[in-house]
Design a protein around this ligand. Structure first.
Ligand code: SF4
Ligand code: SF4
Length: 434
């Protein structure tokens, strides 16, 4: 039967009184309408399974069909909170004939994982979305802004299309020496994998400089790859470019193979996620820490020189928290800073609200804005402002610019957005108010 979104009303077969014969004893009974309508076979809905079959043929696309419509995912989906979206709604659309590969909904999911956390059927959007998007990418059906990022990443090894030779330009403003391994080879304890936004974005560069100063103050032996570094590419993978991700991975692994380091430390939860979960699947195994995990055990050694006297709320990055289970290291750092009072937002830790940047969302704000009443980052900034905090602390390089823009557009200019490492650096250098 045809589907295509046109639902067919059920045909009710019902008589005022029906005589029903038992198939065993042959005895007959009379049944009134409310009962006899249940005895005839009838079609309640006439749905097609073709959409699910197409998805199930893609590796990772199988689980959307497993949905049984309990609806638990919808209220926790950050996109549904500002729009009309969620795995159950997506399941319903595919069920009624919508082709997901050609639908705008394909690009709305940020792969934040909050639905998988509550789904009793293990409908896994973290696998469904990359699989479906990969098929759309293969067919050339990609939003222009995302295609632009794929091309920049392919050509320059970073999503911003910046010159690879300028990757470590930020070190000039750090105020401390930063060793580049190609220039000063030899064993090193910490390989600081800077990633794109801390390398090139002006606000990210400030955080990278702060991190270099904090590491130096703590006596940590560290170095960077400089111009040899390329993005790990996890968000490109989740946005559907698995081929690009794998090519980057081979380049990154080859570069890492040339140097002698004990552990990799990165500020980027997305890069962290791929190094911890994806690289080992291809035989590339390293000890990897998020920068907050490196610093949290060192708080007793931090030479704080000032009390900051600020009220701070903290935004859990999806790819550090829900995806990798780290909720405490950032809080340990914030609570160690003299004069900081930490207040939590209602949605925090396991139920943290997504900033909208994951899974390629970082590059799809224009596209997404046609489908949402407000940006996810704007929604989150309003939640942060409601706590009464004067600082929104973050520890993901995607978030600073997203939230700073959102603070302006929602009229919350008083809310400062600071990376945790900037606050640590400020308190250690004695620039606080105390
Ligand atoms: S939580 Fe899972 S089973 Fe329930 S409606 Fe959502 S996707 Fe379907
Ligand atoms: S992963 Fe996040 S954004 Fe995507 S459907 Fe699930 S809850 Fe919504």
């Amino acid at each position: 039967m045809p589907v295509g979104g046109r639902k067919q009303a059920p045909v009710v077969i019902e008589e005022e009184m029906a005589v029903v014969a038992s198939t065993i004893s042959g005895r007959t009974s009379e049944l009134p309408a409310m009962w006899n309508r249940m005895l005839e076979p009838r079609v309640l809905r006439d749905y097609g399974s073709g959409g699910f079959a197409r998805l199930a043929a893609l590796q990772g696309g199988e689980s959307l069909e497993w949905c049984y419509g309990c609806g638990k995912c919808v209220p926790v989906c950050p996109v549904d909170l500002v729009g009309e979206y969620g795995p159950r709604k997506l399941h319903r659309k595919v069920q009624s004939g919508v082709d997901l590969l050609a639908d705008d909904d394909l690009w709305l999911c940020t792969t934040c994982m909050n639905c998988l956390r509550v789904c009793p059927k293990q409908v896994d959007m973290i696998k469904v979305m990359p699989a479906a998007r990969g098929a759309a990418v293969g067919a050339g059906e990609v939003p222009t802004e995302l295609q632009d990022v794929f091309e920049k990443t392919f050509r320059y090894g970073n999503c911003l299309g910046e010159n690879p030779r300028r990757r470590h330009a930020w070190t000039r403003g750090a105020g401390v020496p930063v060793r580049v391994l190609a220039d000063q080879p030899g064993p090193v304890d910490v390989l600081f994998y800077v990633e794109d936004y801390w390398s090139y974005h002006p606000r990210g560069q400030q955080a990278a400089q702060a991190f270099a100063r904090v590491l130096t103050a703590l006596g940590v032996d560290f170095a960077i790859l400089g111009a040899e570094e390329k993005t790990v590419g996890d968000s490109q993978r989740l946005a559907g470019e698995a081929g690009l991700f794998e090519a980057l991975m081979e380049d990154v692994a080859a570069t890492l193979g040339r140097y002698d380091f004990r552990r990799i430390v990165t500020p980027d939860p997305h890069g962290f996620n791929a190094l911890v979960k994806e690289y080992p699947k291809h035989g590339h195994r390293y000890e990897v820490l998020h920068y907050t995990q490196l610093l949290a055990p060192l708080v007793e050694q931090m030479p704080f020189a000032a009390s900051l006297e600020r009220t701070v709320t903290f935004h859990d990055p999806c790819y550090l928290g829900r995806h990798n289970g780290e909720y405490d290291a950032p809080r340990t750092l914030l609570e160690a800073i003299p004069g900081i009072r930490l207040v939590e937002m209602g949605r925090c830790r396991e139920n943290g609200y997504c900033c909208g940047g994951g899974g390629g969302g970082m590059w799809l704000d224009g596209f997404t804005s046609n489908h949402t009443a407000e940006r996810l980052s704007e929604r989150r900034v309003r939640e942060a402002a409601e706590t009464g905090a004067d600082i929104l602390a973050v520890c993901c390089p995607y978030e600073v610019s997203r939230f700073e823009d959102a603070a302006k557009s929602t009229g919350n200019d008083h809310l400062q957005v600071r990376d945790i490492v900037e606050l640590l650096d400020e308190a250690m250098r004695g620039h606080g108010e105390g």
